[in-house]
Ligand binder design. Sequence first.
Ligand SMILES: [Zn+2]
Ligand SMILES: [Zn+2]
Length: 166
Amino acid sequence: MPATQGEFRNADTKGLKERWKAYLNDKRLNVTTQREAIVEQFLKSTDHISIEELLAKVRRRHARVGYATVYRTLKLLVDSGLAMERHFGDGQSRYEVAGDHHDHLICQSCGLILEFEDDEIEQLQEKIAQRLGGFTVLRHRHELYGLCPKARGIVGGSCPNEQSKR
Ligand SMILES: [Zn+2]
Ligand SMILES: [Zn+2]
């Protein structure tokens, strides 16, 4: 199965927003214009967005939103189960809209992040855990770090990211 970006998240933004509202209610948090703008923008994202990237997008319409507000809102989104926090070895926290389980392939040179889900790997991981003392796997993180053909300097080699944008 080819790895593609964003394929795993469905566009049920409405359902996600309802969950967010319920979360705010539950935590007795106020609805604020800035926070809602951040949440709105985040739920639209289909990739692995950093705080700075999200901040830049939100600021196009809400120029006065600050870094700390975006940071705190993302923490709330993680706490509410609507966002997943990811770390791909570049020291940045990245966030993606929570959805179906998937794993990641990361280019260490250009930063491209591809998503994949492979039944064989999933089952193999469970088999290994079973073999090593009968573990039941509750969750896992599977990250492959490498170099895309372009970053490797292959003549005519292209980055999958550029191909998908064509
Ligand atoms: Zn997996
Ligand atoms: Zn992902």
